[in-house]
Design a protein around this ligand. Structure first.
Ligand code: GSH
Length: 233
């Protein structure tokens, strides 16, 4: 039996859940209690303390990229990796762009800009029972604020961050022109990684406005949703 340990608000959770649903792999979901991570409760599932992590018959796999590779070995069809080596390499690079670059845009804009955080706050408050909405707000602003400041994006003027995102969306839109998927001729890890980060980013009103200036992204999102839904059947 497979159990996915996760934070429901995480874009990496969305990536993995879509992969499980695409492949039709039955699994259980176990929401991680944020307050218990530091106590070592989940150390055997995720030694890094980051989630999602997966337990498959006693074997722990953590990091969404490794989880998707594990699922591919377990259930090769439908494939998550293009068979053509160049397209597989492209899928790898796009996945990493989503996980390591777009992620910090969603963290910055959704969680460290007060006017956007309010829209995401109910979901975060639900994951911290016993903590008031106001305290969650302060914790997220402070914690994520420090993280994105250390990473660098949090120190950029907001207008510059928004123009970065406009550029990223334009690049994504151009990658999708005349094609159904980001790499290869079927859905791949690239599509799953990008849609997870995009949905988190779209909590930010500036990202929603940027999306309106694109031509191909919304139809691609609907295409991904149709074959690899976030929620299980
Ligand atoms: N590279 C990891 C990133 C996972 C990650 O950063 N997860 C966040 C939630 S979105 C987390 O667990 N944060 C808790 C922490 O950093 O302590 C992956 O792809 O799974």
């Amino acid at each position: 039996m497979i159990t996915l340990y996760h934070f429901p608000t995480s874009p990496f959770t969305e990536k993995v859940r879509r992969a499980l649903n695409y492949k039709g792999i039955s699994h259980e979901l176990e929401e991680v209690v944020r307050a218990d991570v530091g106590s070592g409760r989940y150390a055997d599932v995720s030694p890094t303390g980051k989630f999602p992590a997966l337990m498959d018959d006693g074997n722990a796999v953590w990091d969404s990229t490794d989880i998707l590779l594990h699922l591919e070995r377990l259930c090769p069809s439908p494939a998550l990796f293009p068979s053509d080596p160049r397209e597989a390499a492209l899928a790898h690079v796009i996945e990493d762009w989503a996980d390591e670059s777009l992620y910090f845009y969603e963290m910055t804009m959704r969680l460290s800009w007060e006017h956007n955080l309010d829209e995401a706050l109910d979901e975060f408050t639900a994951t911290l029972p016993g903590v008031s909405r106001d305290d969650v707000r302060k914790m997220v602003l402070q914690g994520v604020g420090q993280l994105v400041a250390a990473q660098g994006l949090g120190r950029k003027p907001q207008e510059q961050v928004v123009s970065d995102v406009v550029r990223h969306f334009r690049a994504l839109d151009d990658m999708l022109a005349g094609r159904d998927w980001l790499a290869g001729d079927a859905l791949s890890v690239a599509d799953l990684a990008v849609i997870g980060q995009l949905n988190a980013l779209l909590y930010a009103r500036e990202a929603r406005a940027a999306l309106e200036d694109t031509s191909n992204i919304k139809t691609w999102m609907a295409r991904v949703d149709a074959v690899a839904p976030k929620e299980g059947a």
